[in-house]
Ligand binder design. Structure first.
Ligand SMILES: [Zn+2]
Length: 358
């Protein structure tokens, strides 16, 4: 995904005065977590007082009381190991770079899965000229209860980044990103959710949408990111969902999911409910506190007035996490070794409960 800071401009200016040696890092629009923390501590009045601080809404900490009287028995058990195998399955095609053979083969696999698992599945395909190349993109869509007016949307991106431009080794930067976490993890969770929805379909309308072309743009060229979700938001194939949940970077062994500010602004009910479910289930990957902001497919949905959230391990973005193993975003090291069935299980189970109790 593209990225941006959760810090307002006045706070940034002050930060620059304090930390001039961080200009290089700031030039890539990345504000490390510790810096955000520093600013929050030192300049909390500026941060919260800034009229432009729409990325920093007041945060309510969710309570841990049950969100409904639906018991855990009513909600199917998500299979984290099955989801892990679905990550492997996608990686076996190779990097799913738009225009590549692996992209076509994986598209056909995902469509055939959704055809088996949903009431109706189809491709939303279109061609765009990007960086002088005509590229065929396809959003892959599967729906339950397609005629229902009350709908929710679950989404992730299935494409791989064409380049590993965050690799420290210059000889790696032209290689495509394997995209185990940055793509395949979210898709795997949604496919496994589809298996559970097939076994016991709620009456609610549910759309699973796998976006193409999320990660196509050169760094900072946000107009060429989110290609599939932008097209989808402008050409909705069904009635507008009441809530959308985007999954991105949801498979790391040491994942940390915090409230993403634009998500919180757009759909605080969904954030509070899902983090509440996680707390009740003892799923510690979900931290009930504000995290950094990020540009991602959910922005395209929010712009189309769809209340949307992004469940994302945002500290992977820009390598702000201090753990050396977790500095693999947009590198050739975004591989299966970083993924754990436990994290996938936790995310899948919480989203599944959100759907069944919506
Ligand atoms: Zn990415």
């Amino acid at each position: 995904m593209g990225f941006r800071s959760s810090i307002s401009k006045p706070a940034l200016a002050v930060t620059l005065a304090v930390q001039p040696n961080l200009l290089t890092m700031l030039s890539s629009k990345i504000i490390p977590t510790f810096l955000t923390f520093l600013v929050l501590i030192l300049f909390s009045t500026i941060f919260y007082g800034c009229p432009n601080a729409k990325d920093a809404p007041p945060v309510e900490i969710p309570t841990s009381k049950p969100t409904s009287n639906i018991t855990n028995d009513t909600i199917p058990l998500f299979d984290g190991q099955a989801a892990y195998s679905l990550v492997e399955k996608q990686l076996n095609f190779g990097a799913r770079v738009p225009g590549s053979k692996a992209h076509t083969l994986c598209r056909d696999f995902l469509l055939s899965e959704l055809r088996q698992l949903t009431d109706t599945a189809f491709l939303q395909s279109f061609t765009s000229e990007i960086y002088g190349k005509q590229i065929r993109f396809s959003n892959i869509i599967g729906s339950y209860n397609p005629k229902s007016v009350k709908r929710i949307l679950l989404c992730a991106h299935w494409d791989s980044r064409p380049r590993s431009d965050q690799s420290t080794n210059p000889s790696d930067t032209a290689s495509p990103c394997p995209a185990a976490n940055d793509g395949a993890s979210g898709v795997a969770v949604l496919l496994e959710i589809a298996h559970k929805l097939r076994e016991k379909t709620p009456t609610l309308g549910i759309d699973i949408v796998l976006f193409d072309g999320e990660d196509y743009g050169y760094e900072h060229d946000l107009s060429n990111y989110f290609i599939g979700s932008r097209h989808f938001a402008g050409n909705l194939p069904f009635s507008k969902p009441m809530s959308a949940v985007l999954l991105d970077l949801v498979g790391d062994k040491d994942a940390e999911f915090r409230f993403e500010p634009s998500s919180y602004n757009s759909n605080p009910t969904a954030i509070n409910k899902i983090w509440d479910i996680a707390a009740r289930r003892g799923c510690g990957y979900f931290k009930a506190e504000q995290g950094n902001g990020v540009s991602d497919d959910h922005d395209m949905l929010i712009q189309a007035s769809i209340p949307s959230i992004d469940i994302i391990d945002v500290n992977l973005v820009g390598h702000v996490d201090k753990n050396p193993r977790r500095k693999y975003w947009h590198t050739i090291h975004d591989t299966i070794e970083n993924i754990s069935p436990e994290t996938l299980q936790c995310v899948g189970q919480c989203v599944l409960e959100y759907v069944y109790t919506f």
